[in-house]
Design a protein around this ligand. Structure first.
Ligand SMILES: Nc1ncnc2c1ncn2[C@@H]1O[C@H](COP(=O)(O)OP(=O)(O)OP(=O)(O)O)[C@@H](O)[C@H]1O
Length: 941
């Protein structure tokens, strides 16, 4: 019978970022109804949703010493993880016992709590570990009470994969990481899509399965560090196959199989919010492809559920949707958990998640009990194998005859590919048949020795960790922290890449890791580290160039990504601190010190505002990505440098707002600069990772066309050269403004000068009569005013600027105004004049004139230093700079202007001094006013 996908929604507590931003909770839950308030439209009706289950995990709990979140308030989800398991996990298990395929997948933006629900953290065990525990509890109970005559047997198998950027890796088989392009997805006639060569291990107990999942998580950590992949961008699927065998009442051997897929999806950030906004490369990212496809599949299935006819479900669009085909539209009982943030700042993402979940509600699946007589299953497999053999022979495979007749006209590679597929299916079927024939004990035995060795190794490792100094890893994903351990045994430990002439003791891969990277020596428990220059090693945030002694809890960064904490048991024992354990460093604290050592203020304290803390947090998030982007640029020879900059609201021409963390992308060849906002940079960084990975994989087409190159920005991209602020107060006295002001860039540096004159004038732009000025600005109220705005020229723009123009908007303008664009000079003459008029000065206009500034933005495009193949960097720079020399004529013009300007300034200074003199004479005489006539005379030329 068709049945709807069950949907649960869960709202997590605030994270630090939300707390620092003083976030407001915009989610309300009552029974199974969830309301979302729009923070941008407070009075509006909240968006209402109804789901099968709603879990309030936002507040109403306390964190115990062991990290367990204990409910203290009736609002908090009853019994925390237990309740979520009871509703969702238990249903999955019950269905598995009945022989249904089940799928539970978690959807939501990065950091919304997907992993917390699916896997859990520490004492707050998620659905996967609890489900495994309960499954084996029941198996043990069943075995104990088994009816011998029925020959009951329970078998559990586990596999674990990760899908990143459309590439599948077997997390229980690190060798699969080396497969170019990842593992393939194949289609099986009866079982649907499956992953080729994915290893499935039999497990006999909870600790077995737990150690397999830990092994998978450890491999995930290694992959995420080595391959520069960002773990929150990967989907993880744990598959548990549960087989129940036994005789039925008629004495027939039966096999009941259930596949349980537990899916922790990648962060669901939409393309716009991950930052591709306005970026020409937003379509390029394959990273989101699978999630976008999942969205399309869910939408189509929801349409079908709503009765729409003739809808094609695009399962084949991505590997994820192929693998989830059964879960979504076929033989499976499926549950979706929508994980959401409570905070107003995540409104868009939360709304999108809730809409997604709402759609998923109307998807219908048809689960059937997968139970058949064992003999029948074996017979079917045999029949299929016979058919496959025949097909293979037709393609000239196996021991068959060459298949020119059947395969005529089909390219050889395709035939090879088809053959491989058939062979793989044959192999799988054989394996399955053997598995059915073999006893469970036999199957377990096959892996047991290896696994026991693994467990013993793990046990020994834990013992060693108590006495031997070692490094343990820090990862931005808390679930992956502490998963990698490297021991530093007495003597010398060499660290390097797999390109070293002798295999290093600790092999690291990835960005900025040199073949011989560094050496750690441990002599009588004094442990020191030395880099093999120019290899990059940071200890406690500072680059080291010489040998340095390490101490307990020191943070060590190798290259750009391998971040470790040094654990020194003997050192620790020397400083027990009267039983007080020193807090272990965290990923965040280690990154903070790296940022602080790069010159940013990371101090905490009461003088720091919420905005300061938020800024610090954004720096911590961005800095490692910027370092990695630079390392990739170096290795790929891109001649691009990235640098973090803090952009104040003033430098963007704004009077208020917060300072933003952005990234400047600098072309080292022609010195062109582009400021990318954080989101755009992060989006580009994912594309850089894709490119770098292709490069590492030896793909000869790694270097893509300029239009798709994440390291490239077209030179005709408009950049903000700087802004000019002009105080308008003089205009409220009808006194003209004549200024030659600095064009200030985001760094606060001067990028040239802009001449701006604003004159009160007649409607036709002619000057006002001399006597027409006001003593008190209020006199302007209800009068007509006209101002002539002149922007004659800019001088001394940076040499990289090719074309420039100015843009501004006064209080009286509905749209912004622009000067003409001038090309080919650093000293453009805009010769711009316009008259801005108001028929009647109002209070707000007067207020604008008295207290505001006019902001003029100077925009430009940069020179295209077209790079010729084979030119060295020095040649390219020389060619570029030679274009930048100023001509004789231009120099003369500037000299004349400079002299005129000097004279004007001298005149103004003289007038100022005279006015100061008149004022001081008046003050000495005890007067509080000066004669208008006197001032007027002084102002005359
Ligand atoms: N229900 C909850 N109760 C308490 N803490 C939670 C809850 N849900 C999430 N958290 C905390 O929020 C943080 C982010 O959660 P989690 O790692 O599960 O997010 P995620 O959606 O899986 O992120 P990613 O996409 O990066 O994998 C973790 O530190 C986690 O402990």
């Amino acid at each position: 019978m068709a049945e709807n996908v069950k949907v649960a929604v869960r709202v997590r507590p605030y994270n630090d970022r939300e707390k620092n931003r003083n976030a407001k909770c915009i989610v309300k839950m009552s029974r199974n109804s969830t309301e979302l308030l729009d923070p941008n439209n407070i009075g509006s009706e909240p968006k209402r949703f109804a789901f099968d289950y709603s879990y309030w995990s936002h507040d109403g709990f306390k964190v115990n010493n062991d990290g367990y979140c204990e409910p203290v308030d009736k609002n908090y989800v009853d019994q925390n993880q237990e309740k979520v398991f009871a509703d969702l996990g238990q249903v999955v298990l019950d269905n598995a016992w009945l022989g249904y395929n089940c799928c539970l997948f978690a959807y939501g933006q990065t950091g919304s709590g997907k992993s917390y629900s699916v896997f859990g953290y520490g004492q707050n065990k998620g659905i996967v570990p609890v489900a495994c525990e309960r499954l084996f509890d029941k198996v043990t109970e069943k075995r104990a009470n088994a009816d011998k005559s029925k020959e009951e047997e329970y078998q559990v198998f586990v596999s674990m994969l990760e899908m990143y950027n459309e590439q599948i890796r077997d997390l229980l088989n690190p060798n699969s990481f080396k497969v170019k392009g990842g593992l393939k997805v194949r289609l099986h006639a009866s079982k649907g899509f499956y992953v080729e060569s994915l290893k499935t291990f039999p497990v006999k107990s909870y600790s077995d399965i737990n150690s397999r999942i830990n092994e998978g998580t450890r491999n995930r950590t290694i992959a995420s560090t080595n391959m520069n992949a960002t773990s929150s961008r990967a989907h993880t699927i744990v598959s548990i196959t549960f087989v129940q065998k036994g005789k039925n009442d008629a004495g027939q051997n039966m096999t009941k199989t259930s596949v349980i897929n537990l899916v922790d999806l990648a962060g669901s950030e939409r393309v716009e919010s991950t930052g591709a906004t306005g970026d020409r490369l937003k379509e390029g990212a394959a990273i989101n492809l699978s999630l976008t496809s999942l969205g399309n599949v869910i939408k189509s299935l929801a349409d079908v559920g709503a009765g729409k006819k003739g809808v094609l479900i695009p399962y084949r669009d991505s590997k994820l949707t192929m693998l989830l085909k059964n879960a979504l539209g076929g033989n499976s009982k499926t549950i979706m958990i929508a994980a959401i943030s409570p905070a107003d700042i995540n409104y868009d993402e939360t709304l999108s998640t809730l809409r997604y979940a709402n759609r998923a509600k109307s998807i219908k699946t048809k689960a059937i009990i997968n139970e058949s007589p064992t003999e029948k299953l074996i017979r079917e497999l045999k029949e299929e194998n016979a058919r496959l053999m025949k097909e293979l022979e037709g393609k000239g495979g196996a021991e068959g005859v060459p298949g020119e007749i059947t395969m005529q006209g089909v390219p050889e590679e395709e035939v090879e590919e088809m053959k491989k597929e058939l062979e793989e299916r044959l192999r799988q079927n054989e394996e399955e048949m053997n598995a059915m024939k073999k006893s469970w004990e036999q199957r377990l035995k096959e892996v047991q020795t290896a696994q026991e060795e693994e467990l013993e190794k793990e046990r020994r490792k834990r013992e060693d960790m108590k006495v031997t100094p070692h490094f343990w890893n820090l990862n931005e994903d808390p679930a992956l922290t502490g998963m990698i351990i490297h021991f530093l045994n007495p003597g010398v430990t060499k660290i390097g890449s797999n390109k070293a002439s002798t295999v290093p003791d600790i092999t690291l891969t990835g960005l900025n890791i040199q073949p011989d990277h560094g050496v750690v020596s441990n002599r009588n428990n004094v442990v020191s580290i030395k880099p093999c220059l120019p290899a990059k090693i940071l200890v406690n945030g500072k680059a080291i160039t010489e040998k340095l002694e390490l101490h307990h809890n020191d943070r060590v960064l190798f290259g750009s990504k391998h971040l470790y904490v040094f654990h020194h048991p003997q050192d620790l024992a020397k400083h027990p601190d009267k039983g007080k354990q020193e807090a272990a460093p965290t990923y965040n604290s280690a990154q903070e010190e790296i940022v602080a050592n790069s010159g940013f203020d990371m101090k905490k304290g009461p003088d720091k505002s919420q905005d300061d803390l938020l800024l610090q947090q954004e720096l911590v998030e961005l800095m490692p990505h910027v370092n990695e982007a630079n390392a990739m640029s170096d290795e790929l020879g891109k001649k691009i440098r990235f640098e973090i900059v803090l952009i104040s609201p003033q430098s963007q021409g704004l009077s208020h707002g917060r300072t933003e963390v952005s990234v400047v992308m600098k072309n080292l060849v022609n010195e062109n600069e582009f400021v990318w906002d954080r989101n755009k940079f992060l989006n580009r960084k994912y594309l850089m990772e894709e490119m770098y990975q292709n490069f590492v994989n030896g793909d000869k087409d790694w270097d893509v066309d300029q239009n798709k190159d994440p390291f490239w920005e077209p030179p005709d991209t408009q950049v903000l050269i700087g802004v000019v602020h002009i105080f308008l107060q003089s205009l409220s006295y009808l006194i003209e403004i004549e200024e030659f002001l600095g064009i200030v860039d985001y760094r606060g540096g001067q990028q040239g000068l802009l001449k701006v004159d604003i004159f009160p004038c007649l409607p036709n732009g002619d000057p006002l009569p001399e006597e027409d000025f006001v003593d008190d600005p209020k006199e302007l109220l209800n009068r007509a005013v006209n101002f002539k705005i002149c922007i004659p020229h800019a001088r001394g723009l940076p040499s990289r600027i090719k074309k420039s123009f100015c843009q501004y908007q006064t209080y009286l303008d509905k749209k912004s105004r622009k000067t003409k664009a001038v090309e080919g000079t650093r000293n453009p003459d805009y010769n711009y004049e316009t008259v801005v008029s108001s028929k009647m000065v109002t209070e707000p206009l007067l207020n604008y004139l008295e207290s505001q500034t006019l902001v003029i933005y100077v925009w430009g495009t940069q020179n295209d230093a077209t790079v010729k193949e084979g030119d060295s960097v020095a040649q390219r720079r020389a060619a570029y700079l030679s274009n930048q020399n100023w001509g004789e004529e231009e120099r003369n013009k500037l000299t004349i202007e400079l002299n005129t300007e000097r004279k004007r300034v001298a005149r103004l200074e003289k007038k100022l001094k005279s006015i100061q003199h008149v004022v001081s004479v008046a003050l000495k005489a005890g007067r509080s006013t000066v004669s208008v006539k006197d001032v007027q005379d002084l102002l005359k030329d």
